[in-house]
Design a protein around this ligand. Sequence first.
Ligand SMILES: [Zn+2]
Length: 481
Amino acid sequence: MKQRQLKKEGKVGYSFPRCNAFLIKPCLISLLVTVLFANVTAAQDRNSEMVKKIHEEALVNGKGYSMLEYLCKNIGHRLSGSPQAAAAVEWTRQQMIDLGFDTVYLQPVMVPKWVRGGKETGRIIGSNQGDIEANILSLGNSIGTGEKGVRAEVVEVKGIEELNKLGKKGVENKIVFFNRPFNPKFITTSDAYSDAVDQRVYGPSAAAALGAKAVIVRSMTLAIDDFPHTGTLVYKENVPKIPVVAISTKDANLLSATLKQGNKIQFYLENYCEMKDSVLSYNVIGELRGSQKPNEVMTVGGHLDSWDVGEGAHDDGTGCVQSIEVLRIFKTLGIKPKRTVRAVMFMNEENGGAGGRAYAKSALVNKEIHKVAIESDEGGFSPLGFSVNSSAAQFQTISSLKKYFEPYNIHTIKEGYSGADIEHLKPQGTAMIGYVPHDHRYFNIHHTANDTFDKVDPRELTLGAAAMASLIYLLDQKDDL
Ligand SMILES: [Zn+2]
């Protein structure tokens, strides 16, 4: 449209004879600039038009929400190594076959198999109100107490530094209670999570090294409610493993208040979780083969495993179905990508990261060139934009696309964290991109029984898929990624 307008206004199609000899050089330059400008404008128009079509296809015919419903309601939560995880592998594989992707395959990966076991009990003992049952949930990878349980005096700390100051004398034979809340001053709750999560991941071994018998960790959330949040912990080598549970924020506040009553408050803990032998599982991969550069790969992904409570809806069923949607939209609109575009359902993000490592290793072995990877693992809420972990040149290329997103109220393309599964591609020079949605409500449900299908809004989910598809499309138009 704009090119035609330029022609009409006489800005394209100069005839040389009109130039005086000494003007020929400036005229040529002017002509070149004009033609170049017209080409760039036409390409921009084509890109904007395609981004619009992608959004319309997603909003009118999107399949992500119905796929998510099946995953959540018919398969449910799906921790690595569980029968549900195996069912999710087979179901997503079949979905991508049914959608007619060029290639669909399973990538083998050995995963840890951790099981929660029987009913978990937490009890505050010795308060002025008598014994109080507390809402607890074992952390992933924790060992269990078995039926004998653990009962001990409780010592509360705000973090590992405070714990170390207490030393062996203050900690030995006690249950350590890490109770540093999310700091509400952070604008994004993922920053509050990063600020608080060290006590959950590394606190247990720090406490065990000082002789603690068990650890209780305040749930990683700003919400004050009765739902404990699980999540992974990392046992340090050569330090005794001790049982570890999360406690709901309401009960964390109660326990803290009870400790201030001055009595010698004890806690009773009973859980039955255990780590079994590793088992074979799979990343599930669907791809549209590149029409010009098939060995260059652009990945979109989420993780298929989830914690063993709730339905793994926002974490990370949404990321998986959005990734499948990207390829479905391309196929439906007849977009033939120059590079190979892959939807990857990573296995074992939650308690090991084996799927991400296996994917990066396979890329090296097969000599694939991974140009770009996008991961959606921050919840399926309304899109804000993208967070990029890449070289300066790659970041400049990605930021230059911002103008195409502004009509959709996506204003953020920033440098930062991408995703736990794709970050293993870093040594291969891949531009790694995290999908960034609004996250104010994400950590209210993250890793809890409340992460269920009804918490996902179909329109928000769909707009995220459209944003990811648009970015992959626009980057594929760049010859020099
Ligand atoms: Zn996740």
